[in-house]
Design a protein. Structure first.
Length: 153
């Protein structure tokens, strides 16, 4: 199977157009998500806490990438959310080693199952799909959200 990707040159948005997108995800524990995403290179940029000092909202950044976390009102069911975060890294194999050293569970080759640890804090082997022959890494965060990381050129 052959695929062909095209890219559109970036342009400055005109009046009334969106010029920035930041994923905003509900999580079971904001602090746990900040610690997990720190393994991917994200650092907290802003955090809001309640009177007891517990974080209920935060924004984290890694270069131009940003993500916001908010404390969920109820249980997290990542499968029902149908969200995938797609990121890029110049070294997905090195990132995988870093994540394993940081305590993530080794999911081996991804075969459609959630993997160990109930599908939480898992990193799978680097795959080489047609759309990302340089390599793509599949990760499950503490809430079970799927993160795919493609090798950037």
């Amino acid at each position: 199977m052959s695929t062909h990707a095209t890219s559109v040159p970036s342009a400055r948005p005109g009046p009334g157009a969106v010029d920035r997108l930041v994923p905003f995800v509900h999580v079971a524990e904001v602090e746990a998500s900040l610690a997990f995403y720190a393994l991917l290179g994200f650092a907290p940029a802003h955090t809001m806490t309640d009177p007891r000092g517990r974080a209920f909202w935060a924004m984290a950044r890694s270069g131009a990438a940003e993500i916001m976390f908010a404390l969920a009102d109820g249980p997290i069911n990542a499968e029902q959310q149908a969200v995938i975060f797609y990121m890029y890294s110049p070294d997905v194999a090195g990132l995988r080693r870093r994540l394993l050293a940081g305590g993530l569970h080794d999911g081996g080759v991804y075969c459609g199952a959630a993997g160990p640890n109930n599908g939480r804090r898992v990193v799978f082997a680097v795959a080489h799909p047609d759309h990302m022959p340089a390599g793509e890494l599949r990760i499950a965060d503490p809430d079970g959200y799927c993160i795919l990381v493609g090798e950037s050129a």
